[in-house]
Ligand binder design. Structure first.
Ligand code: SF4
Length: 289
């Protein structure tokens, strides 16, 4: 029997450990446009998710709206996911912790320039020296985790490509990726864009969006989200607590909402900079072995 793609559980699910963050990055919706209550995922919710997704989902990603390392049981949760047989990944602003769980598959750390001025113009509230120190410490004990430095291409960092590469490898990273930034929250972020047009996103209108089919999302309070930019539960998706998550995805109600997102019928889809963005990565370089 052929199962509708709208009823299939995605192979990768983002588990939002928290939607709280300690920084104020200009293009981020977390502090500027989020209407959901703030909180941390409870042990009960996490246990239910792990139990339900085991053997059905390959990859759990512990980052969405907030800074995942702020969660008081960050280490415990990630290690339990590893014991459950999932690949795991985290993206962090590297301001809080200096250690990483040895079971993590991929760690992405944000370093948005090779100088204090370039980095903090975007990562507002961050201490550049401390971030570098934290990355060094994390890399010293990274075990088999792949550590990737991610640099957003801005008007300050666009001239620092070689310096960022050198710095990332000096700090101990395995690779460095330069990412084109989005601007879409109407907070004057256009002025942060690089002057080089090849470093900007080329947004093309597309009639459909596969994002929600490829990656699922569960918010810290257990509700399902639609896609990896759905900050405010635009589809009013249900809560997974007490439910069989695979069956919930297969339900008519959730499939109908996911179909709407696929055809970009939500208000948020009209201004979304993800579905038509093309290549988000401008350049990725790996350390020479
Ligand atoms: S177009 Fe809609 S469904 Fe697709 S990523 Fe954007 S907000 Fe999500």
């Amino acid at each position: 029997m052929v199962i509708s793609p709208f009823k299939k559980i995605p192979k990768r699910i983002i588990v939002e450990l928290t939607n709280k963050c300690n920084l104020r990055c200009p293009a981020c919706k977390t502090w500027s446009h989020m209407r959901r209550p703030r909180g941390f995922m409870t042990n009960e919710t996490f246990t239910h998710i792990i139990k339900e997704l085991k053997g059905k989902v390959e990859h759990l990603s512990f980052d969405f709206a907030g800074e995942p390392m702020l969660h008081p049981d960050f280490f415990g949760f990630v290690s339990r996911a590893w014991y459950g047989g999932f690949k795991t990944s985290v993206c962090t602003n590297a301001t809080t912790l200096r250690k990483i769980p040895p079971w993590l598959t991929t760690l992405t750390v944000c370093l948005d320039g090779s100088t204090w001025e370039a980095h903090t113009m975007y990562r507002r509230g961050s201490d550049f020296e401390r971030v570098k120190y934290n990355i060094t410490k994390m890399c010293e004990n990274k075990g088999c985790t792949h550590v990737r430095v991610q640099c957003l291409l801005t008007s300050r960092s666009e001239h620092q490509i070689e310096d960022v590469k050198r710095l990332a490898f000096e700090l101990g990273a395995d690779s460095v990726v330069f990412k084109r930034m989005h601007t879409g929250h109407g907070l004057g972020t256009e002025r942060l864009l690089p002057s080089d047009p090849t470093m900007r996103r080329k947004n093309k209108w597309r009639p459909i969006c596969r994002s929600g089919l490829q990656t699922g999302l569960i918010y810290w309070d257990g509700r399902l989200g639609m896609c990896c930019v759905d900050f405010n539960n635009m589809g009013s998706m249900p809560n997974v607590m007490g439910r069989d998550i695979e069956r919930l995805y297969a339900s008519k109600d959730v499939a109908r909402r996911r179909r709407r997102a696929f055809f970009k019928r939500y208000k948020e889809c009209k201004t979304c900079e993800l579905s038509g963005a093309g290549g988000l990565r401008w350049l990725e370089v790996r350390r020479d072995k």
